[in-house]
Design a protein around this ligand. Structure first.
Ligand code: PMP
Length: 358
């Protein structure tokens, strides 16, 4: 078996243990004679998977029963639409932070539904960054405030969640369960699963039940959080296989322990940032205070050298290091399941590449 070091920003590397267990279960789930993909979502085998995935997620996130934990389809992008549809009323304003491409997409969808105030805007700044605490201009009585805690494309991470006087809704697609955080400071948060949780197409949503009941009425049922809360994410046929994979991934996180996952994430990111900082050849693209531990972005002296770097890294078994098509450069995404040995390999390669081309 030849597993590469996969630096993809998502869909991204999953824990090998989870993939191997899924492989073993694929045609005959625990002696049921059926695959998880073939069994009823109302049957007892799937029911156990579904409820374990919810319980594991709530436990890892430190959430009590004030929160509902949902698994919905449509990825994180569906949340860009569902949030304003549910919570932005006619004479209300919602605050949004624009610090990168994903925040900007959320804003665009919000504006299709209602009145949006951009409470801080640093999307175009170079180096890329998150707003400083004194830059936020919140609306009094806002319906909610939407933040993106980690901008996956630029690699900027919100290290300090600002104090906000409105329900706080966070897109945590690329840093959920990756760093020490009190998740109860959010009224709602969500994440596309394909980075730290499982396969794509599935989104994890945690929402205060109280917030959900305050939502707009008159929406189609599938677009209403309350429908999914009432049905425990079984309002319609859920993405069973994705939820099963998320169940295995959360089991892996529990077994490893969040403390050790978080410590390893810090270590992995520091190894790459230290390499950038020790070099005149590589240039990090994010303001130091906002460097993400999940998506590490940097440039080389020229586009030609970047192309050579990506192609030689690929030959050496390090894949998907190309930066997002909108920004270029290099992006190393090192989510929870990315092995430390892969970071060591990248750092060695970076030093060697600099020696040969610097
Ligand atoms: N928000 C962030 C921060 C993301 O990184 C992504 C995907 N890369 C999305 C939203 C959109 O997720 P999806 O493709 O699952 O809709």
């Amino acid at each position: 078996m030849a597993r590469v070091y996969n630096f993809s920003a998502g869909p991204a590397v999953l824990p090998l243990e989870a993939l191997q267990e899924a492989q073993a279960d694929l045609v005959d789930y625990k002696g049921s004679g059926m695959s998880v993909m073939e069994m009823s979502h109302r049957g007892k085998e799937y029911d156990a998977i579904h409820n374990e995935a919810i319980a594991n997620s709530k436990e890892l996130l430190g959430l009590n029963d004030d929160y509902a934990l949902l698994f919905l389809q449509g990825g994180a992008s569906m949340q860009f639409a569902m949030i304003p549809l549910n919570f932005l009323g006619e004479n209300q304003t919602a605050d949004y932070i624009n610090a990168g491409s994903w925040g900007a997409k959320a804003i665009k969808e919000g504006r299709l539904v209602g009145n949006v105030n951009v409470a801080a805007d640093c999307q175009k700044d170079i180096p890329t960054r998150m707003p400083d605490l004194d830059e936020y201009r919140w609306t009094d009585g806002a319906a909610y405030a939407h933040i993106t805690t980690n901008e996956t494309i630029s690699g900027a991470q919100m290290k300090i969640i600002p104090p906000i006087n409105a329900p706080v809704i966070a897109d945590m697609s690329s840093d959920i369960l990756s760093r020490p955080l009190d998740y109860t400071q959010f009224d709602m948060f969500y994440a596309g699963a394909q980075k730290n949780l499982g396969p794509s197409g599935l989104a994890l949503i945690a929402i205060k039940k109280e917030l959900a009941t305050s939502g707009n009425v008159g929406l189609p049922s599938m677009l209403k959080y309350q429908s999914h809360i009432d049905a425990n994410s079984l309002f319609n046929t859920p993405p069973c296989f994705g939820i099963y994979m998320l169940c295995l991934t959360t089991r892996y996180l529990k077994a490893k322990g969040m403390e050790s996952v978080i410590a390893e994430n810090k270590d992995k990111a520091a190894m790459i940032y230290n390499t950038l900082d020790a070099s005149e050849f590589y240039r990090g693209t994010v303001r130091v205070e906002n460097r993400s531990d999940m998506n590490i972005t940097f440039r080389l002296p020229s586009a030609d050298l970047e192309e050579l770097f990506i192609s030689q890294a690929s030959d050496a078994g390090m894949k998907q290091l190309k930066g997002h098509r909108s920004v270029g450069g290099i992006r190393a995404s090192i989510y929870n399941a990315f092995p430390k040995a892969g970071v060591e390999c990248l750092v060695e390669f970076m030093k060697d590449f600099e020696r040969r081309n610097g």
